[in-house]
Design a protein. Structure first.
Length: 220
């Protein structure tokens, strides 16, 4: 509804290419919150100036905010520098999907590292299976399996149960499970976690783990 540029003297930590705004906004929807929120809110946000040094006009625009309650009624505090996101229907739907996953029963837990990784060779040349068992914040099981068969492309999947599900599949990009893996898995298997029978099999486990990281793609 209204923005006011904060005097640079009152915001000495803001870079010259940025401006700090005091924003007064109207709330249209609360996607998720542990408590209610006022219909009108106030908050501070840092925005980039344009090439001429001017401050962008935010009035009448819609944004998604990730924020915590402020110290006074009607005030909120953004949780990070980029916690004001330009609204689009697609972005809102993505946020709602992730929030639904977060609060659902059986939501993928946070990944803390790798417990064990091993490769078992098959009977045929080039046949084998790598299993990577992950440590999680809740202790719930999460494992990755990579299958290789002669003449076929490598297949990998993620299981959230003690038993590796034959029907398991790789996570879809931008889901909570994809995020947990892509943004938390270490860049390589720790030496202590490699438990294959031979050093050569440990090398194959490393190869398959690198394949999984490539398939997941970077965490952005």
């Amino acid at each position: 509804k209204k923005t006011t540029v904060v005097d640079p003297a009152r915001a000495p930590d803001v870079a010259p290419t940025m401006a700090r705004l005091f924003v007064e906004a109207q709330v249209l929807n609360l996607i998720r919150g542990k408590q209610g929120v006022s219909e009108s809110i106030r908050y501070l946000v840092d925005v980039p100036r344009n090439a001429k040094g001017n401050v962008p006009k935010l009035r009448k625009q819609q944004f998604l905010l990730f924020a915590r309650p402020g110290t006074r009624p009607g005030e909120v505090q953004l949780v990070s520098k980029d916690a004001q996101v330009a609204w689009t229907a697609a972005t809102e739907q993505q946020v709602r999907t992730i929030v639904t996953e977060l609060v659902s029963t059986g939501a993928p837990p946070a990944i803390k590292g790798i417990r064990e990784a091993l490769h078992v060779r098959g009977n045929l040349q080039g046949e084998g299976e790598t299993q990577v068992f992950l440590a999680t914040s809740t202790g719930d099981p999460v494992s990755i399996t990579v299958l290789r068969r002669p003449g076929l492309a490598a297949r990998w999947a993620v299981s959230l149960t003690e038993i590796v599900d034959e029907a398991a599949a790789p996570p879809k990009r931008n889901t909570l499970l994809w995020y947990r893996l892509a943004c938390s898995l270490p860049r390589e298997i720790p030496a202590r976690a490699l438990v294959s029978d031979t050093p050569a099999d440990n090398d194959l486990a490393r190869r398959d783990y690198n394949f999984v990281l490539e398939q997941l793609g970077p965490c952005r």
